[in-house]
Design a protein around this ligand. Structure first.
Ligand code: BTN
Length: 278
């Protein structure tokens, strides 16, 4: 049973979150899901592990989560949002993480690669998010959000040309002088929960407090590929589109390079693929 690995018997409170730290887990996401199904998690439950042996990425991919190399965390929310807000919910989460990255590692020039990744200005991925929602009727009743951020991986790994880390992007940057991976991880954890705090409480009727134009403006400012002709995987085919910005429901407004076609793309039918912006 996973609880053998618990570092703390009691959750540590932080900004209204209940944080459970583990040395090793198969996956923070799977444990959180298990706790939710057993009624053991409350909104604001956070699970954090130094290492995951079976970290999960999107679309069934494995997520490499070596000990101490990054922030591996899952957070439980009860957003109580209409199901057609799912992508907007996702984009709010992506924005919160991007702001936390800006706070602790400002040298990275972090951008949101719509809808779930954070990349350097060159388009190298430093982290990704796995959001799983449970519906009750037409509402998103439960949402567990897994966030993986590479903090201490090497700058260039020929096998992973699109990957980077906070430390790797900091090489040579005066802002990153003296930064250590351990300190960065801890700061990132705190910055992340600080950014996520309002979303924990912005559920149900309080979602009326969402300032959608401001959220769109903040995402657009950080959107990777904005104004460039970039490849998307659309139903197994590669298509090129120029991102124009976020739509009110979290889709990506795009136009063709010539400008004679325009549409809004929705995940998971459309995904931006990786190319380096060197
Ligand atoms: C992706 O880019 O495919 C999403 C990666 C999400 C990884 C995180 S690490 C913490 C949480 N636990 C998991 O098993 N996965 C997520």
């Amino acid at each position: 049973m996973t609880s053998d690995f618990r570092l703390y018997d009691n959750a540590v409170p932080f900004h209204g979150f209940h944080c459970h730290r583990f040395e090793t887990l198969a996956s923070t996401h799977d444990l959180l899901k298990e706790w939710v199904s057993q009624g053991l998690a409350e909104p604001g439950t956070v699970i954090l592990a130094k290492e995951q042996t079976h970290g999960r990425g999107r679309m069934g991919n494995a997520w490499t989560s070596l000990r101490g190399k990054g922030l591996w965390i899952s957070v439980y929310f009860q957003p109580c949002l209409p199901v057609d807000w799912a992508l907007a919910w996702n984009m709010n989460l992506a924005l919160a993480v991007c702001k936390a990255l800006d706070t602790v590692a400002p040298w990275g020039g972090w951008q949101i690669k719509w809808p779930n990744d954070w990349v350097s200005s060159q388009g190298r991925k430093a982290g990704g998010m796995l959001v799983e929602n449970q519906l009750r009727g037409s509402l998103i009743s439960d949402s567990w959000v897994g966030i993986g951020i590479n903090v201490d991986q090497d700058a260039v790994d020929a096998r992973l040309p699109f990957a980077t880390s906070l430390m790797a992007e900091g090489h040579g940057s005066p802002q990153a002088m003296g930064a250590t991976a351990v300190a960065l991880q801890e700061k990132l954890f705190e910055a992340l929960l600080t950014e996520l705090e309002w979303l924990r409480d912005a559920y149900g009727p309080q979602k009326e407090n969402w300032n959608i134009p401001q959220i769109i403006e903040e995402v657009d400012r950080r959107l990777y590929g904005l104004g460039q002709n970039v490849p998307f995987l659309c139903e197994e085919r590669t298509e090129y589109w120029v991102p124009l910005g976020l739509s009110h429901d979290g889709g990506l407004r795009v136009r063709s390079e010539s400008g004679d076609l325009a549409q809004t793309l929705y995940h998971p039918h459309h995904r931006m693929t990786y190319t380096l912006n060197l």
